[in-house]
Design a protein around this ligand. Sequence first.
Ligand code: GLU
Length: 300
Amino acid sequence: MSLSPIYRGRFAPSPTGPLHFGSLYAAFGSWLLARNAGGEWWIRIEDLDPPREIEGMADRQLQTLLAFGLESDAPVVRQSERGSQYRAALDRLLTDGLAFTCTCSRSDLAATGGIHRACVAAVPADAGDGRQPAIRLRVPDGSTVAFVDGLQGEVTQDVAAEVGDFVLHRADGYWAYQLAVVVDDALQGMTDIVRGHDLLDSTPRQILLQRALGLPTPRYLHLPLVTDADGRKLSKSSADLPVDPDDPLPALRVAWRMLGQDPDALSQTGNVTALLRAGTEAFDPQKLPRAATVSLQRTT
Ligand code: GLU
């Protein structure tokens, strides 16, 4: 495993529920892109939010991925064990004056639609009234980020106006996704981030944070988000097309077709290993759907 790979991608589930078809679609898509590039594919467990997590779910997700033949090329990292890395990054931002403590509550920010541009909290951060401050990244006016997504094309966001100063460390003591994902993608040497379209609008924040920390920006590619026939996002909590580890082939075939690939390429495959081998050979990234959503087509 080299330190600067040509291509290293990852799948990073949060253990808040069993993997659903939308997660499998993103995992399979990122795996195929990594294999197509002759690259590595790693799994990282994003267990940063204990109140939303379910005991034993991370192991269950890993077993499901394994049953679908999607195995990490490196030992699986869990974000719950990486607080010291996030602390080091946060301390650097605080020392450099790029982050600040803030006691603004949701209701304090209601007037600006939740967007933080300046502290408006009635209670100052050092009032000692027991309210724990959050720590936010300062996003100066005019912080517009543009990048070219591998599938969605050019994306531009005025992060100051549309998002504001965003949270890096939460008032309830937990690490924010935006900080952890940026630190880990960089420390793990990720070159290519492939994930669902629902995270597209987080990417400009992550690029700003990379710049603030002096970290490289990987390539990004956002796959369409899988919706049900009524256009609703599939969720881990809903029972939409459960991904069955005892019967992986049908869901892999549906995902393959919804990734825009030729179904005939997999028609002769009777087990997961053969299917993934045929998929690796036949996969054509140019055929991936360039859309924000793709609706679930159940028939194989
Ligand atoms: N953990 C995030 C999720 O499950 C994905 C993060 C990412 O791929 O950047 O939605």
